[in-house]
Design a protein around this ligand. Structure first.
Ligand code: ZN
Length: 105
């Protein structure tokens, strides 16, 4: 089973881009092209992103406490990484799962 397989209908309806945009367990997810049910990146992706965010914040605090002349570019780079890395990881790793968040209309 591919990581781009819809957990609802079993069809390979996702690609790296749509999977990256599906978000994690705490997001609304992205509807499957075939069955229309919402899918999100599962526990693995969610845990990775939580750990990654903590590491980035720890590094930002470290830079703040130990300033260098590269402080500003380093912090900008880290903030960019905070947005880009989880999306790249979602695009190429971890399985999709059913969206559990229910949004009332
Ligand atoms: Zn589906």
């Amino acid at each position: 089973m591919s990581i781009y397989t819809c957990p609802h209908c079993g069809e390979k309806t996702f690609n790296p881009f749509t999977k990256a945009m599906a978000g994690q367990l705490n997001s609304k997810g992205r509807p499957c092209k075939k069955c229309g049910k919402r899918c999100v990146n599962g526990k693995g992706a969610t845990i990775f992103n939580a750990i990654f965010s903590v590491c980035v914040f720890a590094t930002v605090i470290y830079i703040y406490l130990h300033p260098t002349i590269f402080e500003i570019p380093q912090v900008i780079g880290l903030i960019l990484a905070l947005f880009l890395v989880p999306r790249l990881v979602n695009a190429f790793f971890f399985r999709l799962t059913e969206a559990i968040r229910i949004d009332l209309p």
